[in-house]
Design a protein around this ligand. Sequence first.
Ligand code: AMP
Length: 365
Amino acid sequence: LYSSAASDVYKRQDNQLPIGSTIGILGGGQLGRMLSLAASRLGMNTHIFEPNINSPAGRVSQHVTTASYDDVEALQAFGQAVDVITYEFENIPTSALDILENMSTIYPGRGTLAISQDRLAEKNFLNSLGLQTAPFANVENDKEAVAAIASIGTPSILKTRRMGYDGKGQVKITKPTQIHTAWDTMQGSASILEGFIDFNQEVSVIAARGVDGEVSCYDPGENVHHDGILHTTKVPSSLSTPQRVDAVLIAGKILNALQYVGVMGVELFVTPNGLVVNEIAPRVHNSGHWTQNGCDICQFEQHIRAIAGWPLGDGSRHTDITMENLIGEDINHIPELSKSSAALHIYGKEEIKPGRKMGHVNKRN
Ligand code: AMP
């Protein structure tokens, strides 16, 4: 990956970022932290942009900018200091991206971000590829709320179109009359009403696409959520071989349509009528953490490779794994867990809060 010429060992080849380059990461949470650790193994530096001090990622990175996403000067200085920009969450303000895109390449690109920031745009995009989603209707006022419940029926879920995560900004509706209070809780935020999918399982595909268009998918993992938050991911999943192929083909179709660069999480519901796409996340994904101990090249290294223009690594699974999130007070079980054979991944968050992801463990099945 680098020239052996004594004068310039770090010379760039084939548009690959040379080792020693600096990767800018928007967001300083656990995903940014694990991206930084992977980048570091590849001889790269990372620069975290994060509004909060002492962030999980900031504490393992060479450079940190502590500033808000509307601090134009800080964004410009960050953009100038890095060789490529990526992110660990999809809700980055558009105004910040407007500044950064003039200064450096942003991977994954803005087209993907625009789609994944808005559940309505996301569903329309997926349907345009011929992929199944939950039936949905746009809701921006009382009249549309009533029309939506008439067309979608119950059970259904009202979700804010933007800024929702881990089941936040969602209300389940079991009787049509509940639509009024559900819509009130959205406080006027544009929303969509989704038909409830009676799924057998939830699975996700962690897929990567390189700058050269190569696509590589990890084996689909089977996910269990508690209270809308991921609890466990198990590989191998209980998918049949045709379902597994289908899942991977769906992910590949999405990445190719977006000319995507980087790692994406594609969440799917398994139903008797085939696979239904729940949502896409244009970043490394919690349901891909098993790859850290199940594969030679984990999702974090794969993402760094992709955005640096390097060849994708081998993502085949060598070990069957169950990943379990440590949420809130679960982190207090570390003394016992440390005596087990589980691989520990602890995010170094300063404060325990209910529902907060504090770490995860990967256990061999
Ligand atoms: P989301 O934030 O949209 O990924 O939703 C979080 C979780 O809520 C999903 O992983 C599912 O377990 C559940 N969920 C969301 N949307 C639906 C749906 N339309 N039908 C059934 N379950 C859903």
